[in-house]
Write a protein that binds this ligand. Structure first.
Ligand code: DGL
Length: 286
């Protein structure tokens, strides 16, 4: 149970909450507005849960950084969220899930949900031809986290991966259904469509913001997989098992923190989430 783990391990190096309860918030983080695609799923599947959302916008994008840098960034963010008393952390970032999760998963007194396993599971279940495409950050593609997990789940499946470094800057800049974005997306998808994929994993949480453009370009036969849906379902199952799911029908509270500019995050974030993001505070992690 989460609460037991928290109590049992709270004497460790990270300052942990005394006790996780159903009223404790869930911590969610990403480099920027990408994690809002996970938050949107949480709003659907976990409507009564309070959320602390951290966007590390001072360091976006993560995708071109080294594995060491990505692990170090996660080692700053996770203790910060623990100090806020979170009962669960959702790594709403494909790059952190691929690189930092395997290294850090047992280092903190809190359960952490990553996106790789749920995304791979969904893609394997969806593919009929056994030809899966993956688009993600360069760091995620090069980590081979998805490729390995999919092989584990179904040895005979082919995974064709393309790193898409221009997507995150375009999305953070608010270029969603523009000609520039469409042109860039067409180039990235070309080699995958040539391989006749029937399933496409959106392996970076920013990319579901481009779902409309990607679906148009890929065509109706290609099924887009947003790992967030299954990851949030896993989070719900984990909370239920731990007895810390908030079942009381109260409206959830969302608190937003950024390491960069609050205004920029609120402007683009509200547009992408389709709901107003207000009261965002700028914080320093260490
Ligand atoms: N949205 C994150 C991911 O899922 C981070 C992307 C980035 O900052 O490059 O990988």
């Amino acid at each position: 149970m989460i609460s037991e783990r928290v109590v049992a391990k709270s004497a460790g190096s990270a300052s942990a909450p005394e006790k996780a309860t159903p009223a404790s918030p869930i911590g969610v983080f990403d480099s920027g507005v990408g994690g809002l695609t996970v938050l949107a799923q949480m709003m659907k599947q976990l409507p009564h849960e309070d959320v602390i959302y951290l966007a590390d916008t001072a360091r976006v994008p993560y995708g071109g950084r080294s594995a060491e840098e990505i692990v170090k960034i996660n080692q700053e963010i996770i203790p910060y969220l623990l100090k806020q008393g979170v009962k669960l952390i959702i790594m709403a970032c494909g790059t952190s899930s691929a690189i930092a999760y395997p290294v850090l998963k047992d280092d903190y007194p809190v359960h952490m949900i990553n996106l790789i396993e749920p995304g791979s599971r969904e893609a394997v279940a969806a593919s009929r031809s056994g030809r899966i495409g993956l688009i993600a950050t360069a760091a995620t593609v090069n980590s081979h986290a998805y490729q390995k997990k999919i092989k584990e789940l179904a040895g005979d499946i082919e995974v064709h991966a393309v790193g898409c470094p221009l997507f995150v800057p375009l999305i953070e800049g608010g270029f969603i259904e523009t000609e520039e974005t469409r042109r860039v997306a067409k180039d990235y998808l070309k080699p995958l469509l040539k391989e006749k994929i029937d399933t496409l994993i959106l392996g970076c949480t920013h990319y579901p913001h481009l779902s409309k453009v990607l679906q148009e370009l890929a065509g109706p036969e290609v099924r887009l997989i947003d790992p967030a849906e299954a990851a949030v379902a896993d989070a719900k199952a984990m909370l239920t098992k731990a007895g810390t799911l908030r079942t009381k029908a109260v409206p959830a509270k969302y608190k937003y923190f950024v390491t960069g500019s609050p205004i920029q995050f609120q402007d683009i974030g509200s547009r992408l989430l389709g709901k107003p993001i207000v009261g965002t505070k700028q914080v320093t992690l260490i």
